[in-house]
Design a protein around this ligand. Structure first.
Ligand code: 4AD
Ligand code: MG
Length: 431
């Protein structure tokens, strides 16, 4: 008998097959039992009819506990009523391991309880769907950058200096030296771009930030492209094409998952380049018109501000040209103004906040040296980075997209803790 996976059932209609599965849920009467089965690749209903299988198998089916693992043998039948289109007419059940008191039942549970049981919570339909969407974004990311001539370069995770300032770094010992966990691979990606032209990284990053919001993780994954000979506006074009590409890939390849999550897909159909742009100056004016009196020119936006701005658009929106004082040292100043830099944050719709931060980078040696000093950073730690500006320096730009915020947005999850398999949050390092 052929052993198959649920996702491949359509290819085996009418055949009797073997399936390794767990029991997600079950319903039964005196004559028939409906088993909700999952095997990781999908969910399907198995039907056990007493008259057909006999008393013994029927009693086994009725006695199965939630999350019991088993092999089931049965015939695949086309079934229009099931959302999946098929069901399994079960003939035999071979229990592998009977689960005892699975803690996550179909009733409602509190968040802390679910988080403590993350190792088991991942099995639920909703979490399964979010992880499949995460996987699709990862797959589409590699496709997009590979097809557009980017080379994947992996920056180090243990570093001796920091791109975004030192306050949010995890410190560790590197034998006798001090080291930090990377908060961004950007500086190394700039060196890589000077060697390979267009590069991207995709890896974990760490922020020792005491933020407890639905958008902040302590450990998160970032995609960081960096491009030689690419200036501010061209950088935005790559960003909007990339975000369109992943949104459309999820829409096309995750239909079942989006449906299971109840995601309003009409909101995703809109995610097509070009995206609107609003300058920081205009965003401040807009916020004042909307009655936000708490913010003045030179302040950074909080999430209520970002949400108010995003609400005026049905696509992600770029906020461009932030004040120099609230951005990192490496951003290229505006050619005609010394108070703003050539940067943009991309704000997702529906209150999901900033998903990308990016900019053109300073490529002039003297200016970069001066900015390091103004930021009180130790020049010797950045000597190699400064040296890039002495060896055929060119205009270059890049950005960082936060994977988990993007997963949360596209899947409609309320909180980033559901968009990564094992979230690291303030006060949570378990499981
Ligand atoms: O805006 P950020 O801090 O930018 C950088 O790190 C740049 N060096 C990137 C670059 O230009 N190569 O972070 C980039 C993105 C944010 O827009 C957000 O999506 C995500 O990373 N991010 C977080 N996601 C989850 N939890 C956190 N604590 C995050 N901090 C940033
Ligand atoms: Mg940012």
């Amino acid at each position: 008998m052929k052993k198959i996976m649920i996702k491949d059932m359509a290819k085996h209609v009418g055949e009797t097959v073997k399936l390794g599965a767990w029991l997600a849920n079950k319903r039964s009467s005196g004559k028939i039992a409906f088993l909700q089965l999952r095997d990781g690749s999908g969910f399907v209903q198995g039907v056990v009819v007493k008259e057909e299988v006999g008393e013994e198998i029927f009693q086994t089916a009725k006695g199965l506990t939630q999350e019991t693992s088993m092999y089931v043998m049965g015939e695949i039948i086309k079934d229009e009523r099931s959302s999946f289109g098929y069901e399994l007419q079960i003939k035999e059940i071979e229990v592998i391991h009977a689960a005892v008191d699975f803690p996550i039942t179909p009733k409602e549970h509190g968040t802390e309880f679910l988080m403590d049981n993350r190792h088991l919570w991942l099995r639920s339909r909703k979490q399964h769907a979010i992880m499949k969407i995460r996987n699709e974004i990862i797959r589409a990311t590699y496709e997009f950058f590979n097809d557009n001539g980017f080379v994947k370069m992996d920056p180090p995770i243990l570093t001796g200096s920091s791109p975004e300032g030192t306050s949010e770094l995890f410190h560790t010992k590197y034998f006798d030296e001090d080291a930090y966990l990377s908060q961004s691979g950007q500086l190394y990606m700039e060196a890589s771009a000077m060697a390979l032209g267009k590069v991207f990284s995709f890896g974990p990053t760490f922020r020792a930030e005491k933020s407890k919001t639905r958008r902040h993780l302590i450990e998160f994954w970032m995609i960081e492209p960096e491009m030689a000979f690419v200036e501010f506006e061209e950088n935005l074009e790559v960003q909007e094409q990339y975000v369109e590409f992943i949104a459309q890939a999820v829409l096309k390849n995750c239909t079942l998952e989006l449906e299971r999550l109840g995601r309003d897909v009409s909101k995703l159909e809109n995610i097509k380049a070009p995206f609107p742009r609003i300058s920081y100056d205009d965003a401040i004016k807009f916020l004042h018109e909307k009655g936000f009196d708490d913010i003045k020119w030179g302040d950074d936006f909080g999430s209520p501000h970002e949400t108010a701005i995003a609400e005026s658009y049905d696509k992600p929106v770029f906020i461009t040209h932030y004040p120099i004082g609230i951005k990192p040292f490496y951003m290229q100043p505006h050619p005609d103004r010394d108070d703003v830099v050539l940067c943009a944050d991309l704000i997702a719709p529906e209150g999901y906040g900033e998903i990308i931060g990016g900019s053109e980078r300073i490529h002039d040696y003297e200016l970069l040296k001066q900015r390091l000093a103004e930021h009180g950073l130790d020049e010797s730690a950045y000597a190699w980075y400064l040296e890039l500006r002495k060896q055929g320096s060119v205009p270059h730009s890049g950005f960082g997209l936060g994977l988990e915020r993007t997963v949360a947005w596209l899947s409609g999850a309320e909180h980033v803790r559901e968009s990564i398999p094992f979230p690291r949050l303030l006060n949570r390092l378990y499981p």
